[in-house]
Design a protein around this ligand. Structure first.
Ligand SMILES: *Cc1c(COP(=O)(O)O)cnc(C)c1O
Length: 435
């Protein structure tokens, strides 16, 4: 398996290069080549397999030439101690693929944990400690912190803006300890990001330490996200109908991951790209004009993206051709009022409590099935647990939302963070004291 940049498809790099240096120097995005194609027999035989089983089988197809079978088996088991079940709201018609059973209660656990396990694999071989630096506005940080916690050979430093993440999010970053260190920055998310960027171009620092990012554009966060589309297909294949996926989207990594497994042979008949008012992609799919811009704030804030970083990948996977991508993907978008109404309706009709992102996915699949009068199984991806957005969900649904134990226990843990001003030199000095 090699990786090329979308900006220069003729030259390729190794797994390690793409893993530890998320971004090609030409500012394109890494893509895997060749993508293995699995036969129908593989996809017909997976009903009883867990996410870890499927992750192992697909990892072997992808990386079996370069990573030993036993290592792949161990690292997928380590990455996926939880499953991604489909809950059928209307059996044979609409199901919800619950991706929030991991430690941080969001689908980002899947990518972060697989990437962490792979990095541990390679850093053990290289005998060289890796320092991950990441700036977070809340959501990614929790998945990365928990994904890398106790991973040997890897240290993680997370920078977050003081007072601008939710209490639960802060707990996820600051209570783990061990190899995870939190820097609480007196500044904005953008200032945190600027400090991280400066560290990556600090020549002296990079000579002294192996620095790496856990950036969301890393292709190794995307690849494992394909595994749960396969897992879901295994759970609904017995209905004998075409399968349509609806993915609540922001940066479009999750949807691109689905397209990647479709190209590996998974029989996905169609995709729905469901967004909030940040509808640059649904508008493109409807009109052919791509007009990225600033993001607007919504109640489904993990999808508030005005210029999606994985759009290039989505287009690239469909041959950079508008008519192909628009044949395979339909876009819908919803206002905050529509999202609130959708959350209430889903609860009233099915007794299901959905976070605002998940509600948008469910509304998208319902709209697609109605518009197309199609006898298909629609699966909406549930990207986060409603407890992650507890105040909002309780306000909309007027009912209490229970916080799962694995998150609730964090509330009693003491917060440990290093508070720094939003200045690079202050970070550098404090960072170097502990590495
Ligand atoms: C990150 C996130 C999304 C958006 O996923 P993309 O891969 O960026 O499209 C949707 N919902 C939730 C809850 C998220 O955390």
């Amino acid at each position: 398996m090699r990786f090329y940049s979308t900006n220069s498809p003729q030259s390729t790099v190794s797994i390690e290069q793409a893993l530890f240096h998320s971004m090609p120097t030409d500012k394109g995005l890494y893509m895997p080549t060749p993508l293995p194609r699995l036969g129908a027999k593989f996809f017909n035989d997976i009903a009883g397999l867990s996410l870890a089983d499927i992750g192992f089988a697909l990892s072997q197809a992808l990386f079996g030439d370069e990573i030993a079978k036993q290592d792949l088996e161990e690292l997928t088991a380590q990455a996926f101690p939880f499953d991604t079940p489909v809950v059928e709201l209307e059996p044979g018609r609409v199901g919800i693929l619950e991706l929030f059973h991991g430690p941080s209660l969001a689908f980002k656990d899947v990518g972060a944990r697989y990437m962490a396990a792979l990095m541990a694999h390679f850093s053990a071989r290289n005998d060289k400690e890796i320092n991950i630096l990441v700036a977070t506005s809340g959501d990614t940080g929790g998945a990365v912190a928990m994904g890398f916690h106790n991973v040997p050979g890897v240290r993680v430093s997370i920078l977050y803006p003081s007072g601008r993440v939710s209490d639960l999010q802060e707990k996820q970053l600051t209570t783990l300890g061990g190899n995870v260190r939190a820097f609480e920055v007196d500044g904005s998310f953008d200032e945190c990001q600027a400090i991280v960027k400066q560290a990556f171009v600090d020549v002296e620092l990079n000579q002294a330490l192996a620095l790496s990012s856990a950036n969301s554009i890393n292709i190794f966060r995307l690849i494992p996200q394909g595994f749960y589309y396969v897992r879901a297909y295994g759970q609904v294949r017995h209905h004998g109908k075409p399968v349509v996926f609806s993915t609540p989207s922001g940066n479009f990594g999750n949807l691109s991951a689905g397209v990647m497994v479709q190209q590996m042979g998974l029989p996905i008949s169609h995709f729905v790209a469901a967004t909030n008012l940040n509808h640059v992609v649904p508008s493109y799919l409807a009109s052919g004009n791509y007009e990225p811009g600033d993001s607007v704030a919504t109640i489904s804030n993990a999808m508030d993206v005005g210029s999606p970083s994985n759009f290039v990948r989505l287009l690239h996977l469909y041959g950079d051709d508008y008519s192909t991508v628009s044949q395979h993907v339909t876009g819908y978008f919803y206002t905050d009022d529509e999202t609130r109404a959708g959350m209430v309706q889903i609860r009233d009709q099915h007794g299901y409590v959905a976070c605002p992102h998940t509600a948008i996915g469910i509304m998208g699949i319902n709209q697609y099935l109605a518009d197309n009068q199609q006898d298909a199984v629609g699966i909406a991806l549930a990207t986060a647990h409603p407890a992650k957005f507890k105040p909002l969900v309780e306000d909309v649904l007027k009912q209490p939302v229970e916080v799962p134990d694995r998150l609730a226990v964090l509330a009693d843990q003491p917060k440990k963070s290093t508070r720094i001003p939003a200045e690079y030199m202050a970070f550098r000095e404090s960072f170097l004291q502990t590495v």
